[in-house]
Write a protein that binds this ligand. Structure first.
Ligand SMILES: NC(=O)c1ccc[n+]([C@@H]2O[C@H](COP(=O)([O-])OP(=O)(O)OC[C@H]3O[C@@H](n4cnc5c(N)ncnc54)[C@H](O)[C@@H]3O)[C@@H](O)[C@H]2O)c1
Length: 274
């Protein structure tokens, strides 16, 4: 029996990077995966590759910061597979800037995607999970239900140029602990994974020219390549992590191996920040 057989997993921002790697791994361990991303083409590509490998997945594209999207996505998981067992709040982007130049818009958009949207996703799942768990209480056997929120070393330790992002990524830690306390009675677990430097478009050389469209602007993504050696020197494992290694932390916390772990933030950082 694989770790996630007969389980349904919904992952936001799973069209590329860490979310896509997690989608692939959950599917390989038997899960039915609902793949969300802003970009429909990216969702479809991930779903196609899962299906080609013999897994089960469906695309559910959409912007998680839109009003009502959380309810739509959770309902889609139930419509497709009749259950939702694991919710992974992974979607996000960066809009860096030094604090003295940061606009309210820059601040607000980052809070929306990294804290408001995960809060709404959890609230939408709780509408299904609380009544279902209440009904199961007398039987003494709960269905598996858990939430994994994605945080960052920027949240835990702060980072120059990321006042907006660091605030949001620490906020999600507080949300994680609160949800763990509110829903623990129903055997629903809630944990976070804080990543360090993971090799995705958010950390690849700025010179690659990756951008992200926010509020009508093309915001540059990545880290200047000249900084990489200095960053790697600060990481005890002396290298960036791969998306697969990052996804491993998500799967661990969602798996039966972590059945007695809740409210925790697991640092998957190669030791950065210890
Ligand atoms: N890469 C790192 O080093 C690192 C470090 C710490 C934390 N993180 C966090 O990990 C998560 C995944 O990041 P990644 O590195 O894989 O980035 P990525 O850019 O490779 O993937 C993120 C995905 O989220 C999607 N997305 C963004 N906004 C969305 C929205 N409003 N609705 C739906 N989808 C949306 C994007 O389209 C993209 O496909 C993010 O929350 C990020 O902040 C990453």
């Amino acid at each position: 029996m694989r770790m996630f057989d007969n389980q349904t997993v919904l992952i936001t921002g799973a069209g590329r990077g860490i979310g896509a790697a997690a989608a692939q791994q959950f599917a390989a361990h038997g899960a039915n995966v609902v793949v969300n991303d802003l970009e429909a083409a990216q969702c479809n590509a991930v779903v196609d590759s899962i299906v080609a490998s013999g897994g089960t997945a469906h695309a559910a594209s959409g912007d998680i910061t839109q009003d009502g999207m959380a309810e739509v996505l959770v309902a889609r998981a139930y419509d497709l597979y009749g259950e939702l067992n694991v919710l992974v709040n992974n979607a996000g982007f960066l809009w860096d800037g030094m604090l003295h130049k940061m606009t309210d818009e820059q601040w607000q958009r980052i809070q929306e995607v990294h804290t408001l949207a995960p809060f709404r996703m959890i609230r939408a799942a709780a509408q299904y999970w609380r009544p279902a768990a209440k009904a199961e209480m007398n039987t003494g056997r709960f269905a598996r239900r858990c939430i994994i929120n994605v945080s960052s070393t920027s949240g835990l330790h702060g980072n120059i140029g990321q006042a907006n992002y660091a605030t949001a990524k620490m906020g999600i830690v507080g949300l994680t602990k609160t949800v763990a306390k509110e829903l623990g009675l129903f055997s629903i677990r809630c944990n976070a994974v804080a990543f360090g430097m993971i090799d995705t478009r958010l950390t690849r050389p700025t010179e690659d020219g990756e951008t992200f469209a926010i509020s009508g602007q093309e915001v540059k993504l990545g880290v200047p390549s000249k900084l990489r050696p200095a960053i790697e020197a600060q990481i005890p494992l002396h290298r960036y992590g791969t998306p697969d290694e990052a996804a491993g932390g998500i799967l661990f916390l969602a798996s039966p191996l972590a059945d007695y772990v809740t409210g925790h933030t697991l640092e998957v950082t190669g030791g950065l920040g210890i």
